[in-house]
Design a protein around this ligand. Structure first.
Ligand code: SAH
Ligand code: SF4
Ligand code: F3S
Length: 459
C-alpha cells in the first residue's frame, strides 16, 4: 500500500479539503502517514491569504524535495496558491509533479494515474463556477476519533473586500443544497460526531434552498447533534433572522466570529467592507440582547494602505469598547490582483515598523482583556464537550465551552462526553479544572485514535 502525506496551510476550508483529498486517495489504496519522510505522495494544500503563507509553502517544498530525491515521492501543490500561481509554481519549482485547484480534488485519482502512466506534469485548475458544482461528500470514516467536525456549506466568495485574495482563488459563491448538508451531518453522527461547525467564507449569504438561519436551526434538529457552530460571517449580512436563531435555539453555541477589520470608517470604505462601525455595533447589540454573554471574536488588519495613527486609535478604541473574546490581528500584506494591492502606492503604504508597533499594541490590549474574561470562570462550572487528550499536557483531557474556550482538565470522560468542569485556573487562552458530573455520552463509543485523513495542519 502506498502512503500519502498532506501538509495543510490556511483556513477551515482547506482543512476540509484535505480530508476530501484523503478520501479520494483512499479510493486508490493510499493510506495516510503522519510524516513526510516515508511518503510516496506529498501534497501541499496551500493558502495565499498573506505573503507569509506563501513563503511557508515555498520553504516546506524545499524540505520535501529531499524525500523526492531519496524515495521518488510524487509532489503536488493544491489549494489557493496553486489556483492563482500555477504557472509560477511549475516554472520555479521543477520537482513539482502536479498542481491542482480547490475544485479539482475529485480528480486527484485521475491526475495521479496520468502522471504514473504518461510521466507528465499535470495542471488542473479549472473552476466549476455554476450551480452545477457538486460538493464532495464527506466520508464519516475520516471523522472517526472526532466528536466535532467541519461541514462545508458553500464555496467561494462574492464580496470584493479590497485586500482579499479569496475571490481570486476560490471563485464565485456556490451554496451547497441544504438537503446535502443535513444528510452529511446525519452521517457524521453515526461515528459519534455531536458538534458541527458549518463553514464557508461568507456563510450569512448562504442560498442553498433555505436561509442560513434556517439551516442552523435544521442542523440543530438532527438527532445526535448537541452543538452547532459556524464560520465565517460578514457583518453586512448578519440578519435579524440569524439573531432570532440565537434566541430560540440553545444548541447554537454562544460564540460569534465577526471580523471587523478596522475601527475607522474611512479605512472600511477603502477596504470595501460595506458597513460602518455604527452598523457593526448595532448588529452586535442585537446579538447581545438575545445572548448577553456571547463570546465575540474578530479579525483586524493593521497598517492597511493609508491607515493613519488616528485611524488606528479608532481600532484600538473599538477593541476597548467591545471587549472581544479574541482578536486575530494581521499586518496588511498586499496580494496579487486585489484592489488594495494595486492602489497601495496611491493610498500610502504604511512602514513595516509602524505596522508591527500597532499590531503589538492591539495584542497587548487583547491579552489584558482575555486574561480578565477567562479569570471570571475560576471558581465556577463550565460545560465542555470532550475532544480527547489535551494538546498541551498529555496527562489531561481537553474540550471546549459553548464560548469556544479551551479547557484542560483532570478526568477520564471519553471523547464525545458532555461534562461539567469545575474551573480552578485560567490563562489568556485556556481554563484548567477538574471533571464533575457527566451530562451525556455519545451514542457510539469514539476510539482514542488520530483521525485518519489529517496528516498535519499548520496555520
Ligand atoms: N471570509 C472571512 C475572511 C477570511 S480571511 C471574512 O470575510 O471574514 C481571514 C482574515 O485574514 C481576514 O478576516 C483578514 O483579517 C485577514 N486578511 C485577509 N487578507 C489579508 C491581507 N491581504 N493582509 C492581511 N490580512 C489579511
Ligand atoms: Fe475575503 Fe471579504 Fe470574501 Fe472574507 S468576505 S473571503 S475578506 S472577500
Ligand atoms: Fe487561505 Fe484560501 Fe482559506 S487563501 S484562508 S486557504 S480560502
Amino acid at each position: 500500500m502506498k502512503r500519502y502525506f498532506i501538509h495543510t496551510f490556511g483556513c477551515q476550508m482547506n482543512v476540509n479539503d484535505t480530508n476530501r483529498m484523503g478520501e479520494a486517495l483512499a479510493s486508490m489504496s493510499y493510506s495516510a502517514t503522519p510524516t513526510a519522510d516515508n511518503a510516496d505522495l506529498i501534497i501541499l494544500n496551500t493558502c495565499s491569504i498573506r505573503e507569509k503563507a506563501e513563503d511557508k509553502m515555498l520553504s516546506a517544498l524545499g524540505r520535501y524535495r529531499q524525500v523526492k530525491l531519496q524515495r521518488g515521492a510524487l509532489i503536488g501543490v493544491g489549494g489557493c496558491v496553486a489556483q492563482q500561481e500555477k504557472d509560477k509554481i511549475l516554472e520555479k519549482v521543477p520537482y513539482v509533479d502536479f498542481v491542482f485547484g480547490p475544485d479539482a480534488i475529485g480528480k486527484l485519482p485521475e491526475i495521479i494515474a496520468r502522471i504514473e502512466t504518461e510521466k507528465v506534469r499535470v495542471v488542473e485548475t479549472a473552476w466549476v463556477d455554476s450551480e452545477s458544482y457538486v460538493f464532495p461528500q464527506a466520508d464519516p470514516r475520516s471523522s472517526v476519533g472526532r466528536t466535532t467536525e467541519f461541514v462545508t456549506v458553500m464555496k467561494g466568495c462574492d464580496n470584493v473586500c479590497a485586500f482579499c485574495v479569496v475571490p481570486h482563488t476560490r471563485g464565485r459563491e456556490v451554496s451547497r443544497p441544504f438537503t446535502e448538508v443535513l444528510q452529511e451531518v446525519a452521517r457524521l453522527t453515526t461515528v459519534g460526531v455531536r458538534e458541527v461547525t458549518l463553514v464557508g467564507q461568507n456563510v450569512n449569504s448562504y442560498l442553498g434552498g433555505i436561509s442560513f438561519a434556517q439551516l442552523l436551526l435544521r442542523t440543530a434538529q438532527v438527532p445526535g447533534i448537541e452543538r452547532v457552530r459556524f464560520t465565517t460571517s460578514h457583518p453586512h449580512d448578519l440578519s435579524d433572522e440569524l439573531v432570532e436563531a440565537f434566541r430560540v435555539e440553545p444548541k447554537i453555541m454562544s460564540h460569534f466570529h465577526l471580523p471587523v477589520q478596522s475601527g475607522s470608517n474611512e479605512v472600511l470604505v477603502r477596504m470595501k467592507r460595506d458597513y460602518t462601525i455604527a452598523n457593526y455595533l448595532e448588529r452586535l447589540a442585537k446579538l447581545r440582547a438575545v445572548r448577553p454573554d456571547i463570546a465575540v471574536t474578530t479579525d483586524i488588519i493593521v497598517g492597511y494602505p493609508g491607515e493613519t495613527e488616528e485611524d488606528f486609535e479608532k481600532t484600538y478604541q473599538l477593541c476597548v469598547d467591545v471587549g472581544f473574546d479574541g482578536t486575530y490581528t494581521f499586518v496588511y500584506s498586499p496580494r496579487p490582483k486585489t484592489i488594495a494591492g494595486l492602489k497601495e502606492a496611491e493610498w500610502g503604504p504604511v512602514a513595516h515598523e509602524v505596522k508591527v508597533k500597532r499590531l503589538e499594541k492591539l495584542n497587548a490590549l487583547q491579552k489584558k482583556v482575555s486574561v480578565a474574561l477567562m479569570s471570571q470562570h475560576v471558581g465556577g462550572t463550565v460545560e465542555v464537550l470532550v475532544e480527547g487528550t489535551s494538546r498541551t499536557n498529555a496527562a489531561k483531557r481537553f474540550g471546549r465551552t459553548s464560548h469556544n474556550r479551551v479547557v484542560n482538565f483532570d478526568g477520564d470522560a471519553p471523547i464525545g462526553a458532555l461534562v461539567e468542569i469545575k474551573v480552578d485556573s485560567s490563562s489568556q487562552s485556556s481554563l484548567g479544572g477538574v471533571q464533575g458530573r457527566v451530562i451525556s455520552l455519545p451514542n457510539v463509543a469514539i476510539p482514542e485514535v488520530a483521525p485518519v485523513a489529517e496528516s498535519c495542519v499548520v496555520a
